[in-house]
Design a protein around this ligand. Structure first.
Ligand code: NDP
Length: 328
C-alpha cells in the first residue's frame, strides 16, 4: 500500500516538499475485515486548516476516497462493491467496515462514482444543508455565493435557481465566469479583475442580497456584508482566503451591520450531519436532480496517485472548475 504523508506542517501555501510517498506491506485479513483499493480520492480545502490540529508531522494525509472491495472476510461486504471511506491519502487499506459509507443505492451506470466525493457527496450535501438550514432562500430572493465555480459553489447556485432565486456568483477566472453563466447563474464576475468588489456586487444586484453563502472570508466578506438586505441570512461555510495566513487578518467589526440590518449569520461544519437523516435525504435529492438534468456537474480530474499533492495544491490555487478529484 502506498500513502502520502505530511512531513512538515504547512507554512503559508502547501508545497510539494511538504509531502512524502511511503510504501508498506499490509498484513493478511482477519475475520471481519475487508481489503479495499482506492479508485478516486477527494482533495478538499478543509485539509489545509485541519492538518494543523489533526495531524502530526509524518502522519498520512487525511482524506476521503471511493474504494472497491478487493477481498472480504466480512459477510456484509462483497468483492467488487464500492464505498466512500475516510482512510486518507492511501492506495490500499484494511477496514472493519464500520466507517464505510455505501454509495447511494441504485447508483446509475451512467454516472461516474467520483460524484460520491463531489456533487452527490460531501460538497453537494454541504450546499444542500447550508442552504436549507441557514439561508432558507425564498422564490424571488437574491443569493450570493463566492468560490462559485468550485465543488460546493456550483451546487449552491443551482439549488438556489431550483428554489426560484436570482443567483450571483464570483470566481477567479473568466472561464469560470463563463461556466457559471452556462449552468444558469444570472450574474457572475471575476473577483480578481473586477477592480472594486463593492461596485461589482452593486452592479450584479443593485437591490442587495437576501442570502450570502460564504466560502472566502476576508476582504470579499467585508464587501459582501455591506450589501446585505435587512433580515439577510449568511451561511458561513468556509473562508479559504484566510486558510494560508501565517498572521491572522483583522477586518472591520460587523456587529453594527448585524444589528441594524438584523442579519443572521451562522457557521456550520458538515461533519455534524454525517449520521443524520438529512445527509441521505440530500444525496437522494442531488442524485435525482442530476439525473433529471436540473443540476449539472463538472469535475477537474488529476490522473495518478503520484500527482495527488500537486492536485491538492492546484485546487487551493484555483486550478479546478467544479470538484477536484484524483483518479488512480
Ligand atoms: P472549491 O472547489 O471551491 O476549490 C477551492 C477554490 O477556492 C479554488 O478553486 C479557488 O477558486 C478558491 N480560492 C482559493 N484561494 C482563494 C482566495 N484567496 N480567495 C478567493 N477564492 C480562493 O472548494 P470546495 O467547494 O470544496 O470548498 C469551498 C469552500 O467551502 C471552502 O472554503 C471550504 O473550506 C468550504 N467547505 C466547508 C464545508 C463545511 O462543512 N463547512 C464543507 C466543504 C467545503 P477561484 O478560482 O474562484 O479563486
Amino acid at each position: 500500500s502506498k500513502s502520502w504523508t505530511m512531513v512538515k506542517h504547512f507554512e503559508g501555501v502547501p508545497k510539494l516538499e511538504d509531502f512524502k510517498l511511503i510504501e508498506k506491506e499490509l498484513p493478511p485479513l482477519e475475520d471481519g475485515e475487508v481489503l479495499l483499493e482506492s479508485v478516486f480520492w477527494s482533495v478538499d480545502p478543509y485539509m489545509r486548516p485541519y492538518s494543523k490540529t489533526a495531524l502530526k508531522e509524518g502522519d498520512v494525509m487525511m482524506g476521503t476516497q471511493v474504494a472497491r472491495v478487493t477481498e472480504s472476510k466480512n459477510p456484509s461486504f462483497t468483492v467488487g462493491d464500492y464505498y466512500v471511506a475516510q482512510s486518507g491519502w492511501t492506495t490500499h487499506f484494511i477496514s472493519d467496515g464500520k466507517k464505510l459509507r455505501a454509495l447511494p443505492s441504485n447508483w446509475p451506470e451512467s454516472l461516474p462514482r467520483s460524484l460520491a466525493l463531489g456533487a452527490v457527496g460531501m460538497p453537494g450535501v454541504t450546499a444542500y444543508i447550508g442552504l436549507k438550514q441557514i439561508c432558507d432562500p425564498k422564490p424571488g430572493e437574491v443569493l450570493l455565493v463566492n468560490s462559485a465555480a468550485g465543488a460546493v459553489g456550483t451546487i449552491v447556485g443551482q439549488i438556489a435557481k431550483i428554489k426560484g432565486c436570482k443567483v450571483v456568483g464570483s470566481a477567479g477566472s473568466d472561464d469560470k465566469v463563463a461556466y457559471l453563466k452556462s449552468i444558469g447563474f444570472d450574474e457572475a464576475f471575476n473577483y480578481k479583475t473586477v477592480g472594486s468588489l463593492e461596485e461589482a456586487l452593486k452592479k450584479a444586484s443593485p437591490e442587495g442580497y437576501d442570502c450570502y453563502f460564504e466560502h472566502v472570508g476576508g476582504k470579499f466578506a467585508d464587501a459582501a456584508h455591506q450589501q446585505m438586505k435587512d433580515f439577510g441570512r449568511i451561511a458561513v461555510c468556509g473562508c479559504i482566503s484566510m486558510y494560508n495566513d501565517t498572521i491572522p487578518q483583522t477586518g472591520p467589526y460587523i456587529q453594527p451591520l448585524l444589528l441594524f440590518k438584523q442579519l443572521r449569520m451562522e457557521g456550520f461544519l458538515i461533519f455534524r450531519y454525517e449520521d443524520k437523516p438529512i445527509y441521505e435525504e440530500a444525496q437522494k435529492q442531488l442524485l435525482e436532480w442530476i439525473l433529471e438534468g436540473k443540476v449539472k456537474y463538472h469535475e477537474h480530474i488529476t490522473n495518478g496517485f503520484e500527482n495527488m499533492p500537486a492536485g491538492f495544491i492546484g485546487m487551493l490555487n484555483g486550478e479546478n472548475t467544479g470538484k477536484a478529484i484524483i483518479k488512480a
